[in-house]
Design a protein around this ligand. Sequence first.
Ligand code: DON
Length: 312
Amino acid sequence: MDKKVTLAQLKEVVQEAYDQVKTNTGGKNADYIPYLANVNKDLFGISVCLLNGQTIHVGDTDYRFGIESVSKVHTAILALRQYGAKEILDKIGADATGLPFNSIIAILLENDHPSTPLVNAGAISACSMVQPIGDSAKKWDAIVGNVTDLCGSAPQLIDELYKSESDTNFNNRSIAWLLKNYNRIYDDPDMSLDLYTRQCSLGVTALQLSIAAGTIANGGVNPVTKKEVFDATLAPKITAMIAAVGFYEHTGDWMYTSGIPAKTGVGGGVMGVLPGQFGIAAFAPPLDGSGNSVKAQLAIQYIMNKLELNVF
Ligand code: DON
């Protein structure tokens, strides 16, 4: 895919996507976490980060929303940085599960393996691997520092969301202890789960997520701050993981219709990586039946198809 788009083309098409999708009334806010149910459902923003550091943003791209499962990408990168590609493959995996994000059956079907850091089991396992082992405060600093480097500015913990998540994460508690049973947790299970829950509760903007995606698309160098966040050899590894399972059991449909590896979160964010071209993020709270933002999907699909871009 050698086609390069210009800033002017992108600006026009991003605005078109925003105008077309803004009035869509499909989907509803996540309601299994009380905080998410109450976010303004009309918020909507699209942001693109080009590899020269220029950004295009339309709509509510400065609104801080819960990063949720998109954070799995960030911490997968941290684990890759700390352990290298081979050890992450061995200890967690890089496979699609074909099942929902919080599946327990997926752990059993993969013969005790968490499959990938981009589903709950693998993400909790990745949090357990974050160094230094045994020190929750320092592990948290490493997680937040890594998100900050990727986004080019700091996220902020949304305390109310963290409380909401912690009060309702019974399924994830089961996952953490099932992984412990299979020796796939590499630190204290409750601490690992708490770190996962807290990272999901970080508030980020669509602009920040587009810069994080741009950093991956740019081979590990943040296009805005110019900082080398991770080694270039890890960029295709994390992008392969996103392409394989970014939309969980609907990843094939997503890749088929959009052509861009992307990761979703129930906070309404979607972050897409087009290697060598740009990072993109869209945010709107109402979700489809599978927990993916309706407007964010439509907007990114529109942009990719209108510009005839495709990772394949
Ligand atoms: O693990 C959970 O339930 C949430 N904190 C994250 C869920 C999520 O974003 C799933 N992805 N779309």
